[in-house]
Each structure stands twice: as C-alpha cells, then as structure tokens.
Design a binder for this molecule. Structure first.
Ligand code: BTN
Length: 236
C-alpha cells in the first residue's frame, strides 16, 4: 500500500475530508488524512467525537479488491492495528469499534463506505485520546497520558502507519478468519456477561464470540443465541 499523508491543523472531520476527496476522484488507496484537531468530529451512530488538539485524528482511504459486503470486516483489521500500535498489554477491543485501555475507552473507529464507480471505497477513521479524554462520556473514557502510556502523538501515528497496512495485507491475502481469531484474543472472554443495546432493544446474556462475518453473538438468559450487527455493548 502506497500511503500518501495529508495533514491539516484544523478540519471539520478527517473522515469528511477523506470522503470529499473520494467523491472528487482525488483519493488513492492509502491516502491518509490527519488533523491537529476537528471541529465536527463524529463518532458512531451520529454521536459527537470530542476532538481537542493533542489527540490523534486519522483517516485512511482504502480501495479494497473485495465485494462490498466484506468491507465491514475492516473494522476488525483496524482495531487490531490500533492494539498493535499501542503495544501495551492491557489493550482490549470492545465490539465492534472501541479500543479499551485498563477497561476504559481510549479510542474508537468509524468505518464509512463511499460508492463511486465500480469499487466501493472505505474510510477508516481512527480517534485516539492521547492527551485528553471526555469526562462525561457514555462509556468511561481515558487517555494514554492518564494511563501513563509514554507514547507521543507522532510515535503513535508512525506506528499506526506501519502496522495498519500489515494487518490489511494479512486480511487481503489470508481472508477474514485469521483477523477474526486475532480479534477474539483481544475481545471479551467467552461466557462473559454483557448487555447489548440495539435501537430501543436491550438484551442481557453471555458473550458467545463472533459469527464468521463478525456479528456479535449473545446467548440470552433463556438460552437463545442472537446475532447483532448494530448496537452497543453496555457495561454493568
Ligand atoms: C466511536 O467510537 O464512536 C468512533 C469514533 C471515531 C473518531 C474518529 S477521529 C478521526 C475520524 N474523524 C471523525 O470525525 N471520526 C473519526
């Protein structure tokens, strides 16, 4: 992957800039947009993403040679790459897009697909709380600084720029199963009790792993296995 890096001191959102470039025909595979801060940082499900200077705001454009229905697999590829880049033992992945450090959210991923021409383009947006974190977030948050992880913004970005293409190449050459297996080592333990919120529905049960396509499997208290693609795992 030939990466081309574009840096902006201020942007609305690195994902938005990446999507604008895709739609303008000005984005190659590997285009990386980085911002010093974001004025309209976005999280999943239309949420705001707190984006002060000192944290990492990073979006990578990918034009994978794979069918559109496989694009969602890339969120697992990116989660693993972030865990690799942080290189600290206590990093865990929370389905589908959260990066946890010592049980608190230190980063998140926002994957968006843009259709222009024959092949879908994917934007993988990565936000990591390096120096700052929001106090009143829905899920308890933290930063690398607060957890005493000595990794600067520059080092973190360099590590990600090296490690994300590696995880991507592994996915491309070996298929999804290796990525899924590696993700599950960093994800919740099987039979761990979880609560899941999807739209207005809240279901409690035990974590039963991921399906072949990456959906979350939950065993309800009456023993039924349910698969979810959209929603949030809620802590107790
Ligand atoms: C989430 O946990 O809800 C996902 C957060 C994703 C935030 C990143 S920061 C870089 C990129 N640009 C955005 O506007 N969002 C993503």
């Amino acid at each position: 992957m030939q990466t081309v890096r574009r840096y902006f001191p201020v942007l609305d959102s690195t994902n938005e800039e990446a999507k604008r470039r895709i739609l303008a025909g000005d984005a190659s595979h590997g285009l990386t947009i980085v911002a010093g801060c974001q004025e309209k940082g976005r999280g999943r499900q239309g949420r705001e993403w707190n984006s002060p200077e000192g944290n990492l705001f990073y979006s990578l454009v990918m034009l994978p040679d794979a069918p559109a229905e496989r694009m969602a697999e890339l969120v697992f590829v990116a989660g693993l790459a972030v865990a690799d880049a942080l290189a600290v033992a206590d990093v865990k992945l929370k389905w589908p897009n959260d990066i946890l450090l010592n049980g608190k959210k230190v980063g998140g991923l926002l994957l968006e697909t843009v259709h222009k021409g024959m092949k879908p383009a994917v934007v993988i947006g990565i936000g990591i709380n390096v120096l700052h974190f929001p106090e009143n977030a829905m899920y308890p948050a933290t930063s690398l600084a607060a957890e005493k992880v000595a990794l600067s913004l520059t080092e973190l970005e360099e590590r990600l720029a090296n490690l994300l293409p590696k995880r991507y190449e592994n996915w491309r050459k070996e298929g999804f199963s290796q990525t899924l297996a590696a993700w599950q080592e960093k994800g919740p333990s099987k039979a761990e009790r979880i609560h899941f919120q999807s739209g207005g529905e809240r279901v409690s049960g035990t974590f039963e792993g991921l399906s072949e396509s990456g959906a979350l499997k939950l065993k309800t208290d009456v023993g039924e296995i349910k698969e979810f693609w959209i929603g949030d795992v809620i802590s107790d």
